[in-house]
Design a protein around this ligand. Structure first.
Ligand SMILES: [Zn+2]
Length: 140
């Protein structure tokens, strides 16, 4: 199967920004870490369960961000959340039809080293319908 037959189209792409600054995974992890420290201190000071609930929230945020950075892409419905090698976060829509069957194509990433991924395109109906997709990697 030639790679040319496999097309995955990014029909929507939005860089998530907060107050003009690109929302990077490193920033979220820093904020979440500070949030955990601060809410734990609040909890120890006055036994506030609300503070502890926020600790849980920041911990979940930290874990999710770490996970997203590890795998590079998370699908939710028709949208996907993509994290570039530098940690910029994008909301995207990816479209692709499997040339071998009726399946849809999805982008998968596997971390190779600290900041390089192996990228491949895989059919959601058949795991053997798989193509190399290094050219498709986000370079930003
Ligand atoms: Zn297929």
């Amino acid at each position: 199967m030639k790679n040319d037959d496999v097309k995955l189209e990014r029909s929507y792409e939005k860089n998530i920004k907060i107050m003009g600054k690109s929302l990077r995974t490193s920033r979220i992890m820093l904020i979440a870490s500070l949030g955990i420290v601060y809410t734990v201190m609040l909890f120890m000071e006055n036994n506030s369960w609300i503070a502890l609930a926020f600790t849980g929230f920041f911990t979940a945020l930290l874990a999710f961000t770490f996970y997203a950075k590890q795998i590079g892409i998370i699908y939710f419905g028709e949208y996907s959340l993509e994290v570039s090698a530098s940690g910029d976060i994008f909301i995207t829509i990816l479209h692709g039809h499997c040339p071998k069957c009726e399946g849809h194509l999805k982008l998968h990433k596997k971390r190779k080293t600290f900041n390089s991924f192996v990228v491949f395109i895989k059919c959601d109906l058949n795991d053997s319908h798989i193509w190399n997709a290094d050219a498709f990697e986000k370079k930003t």
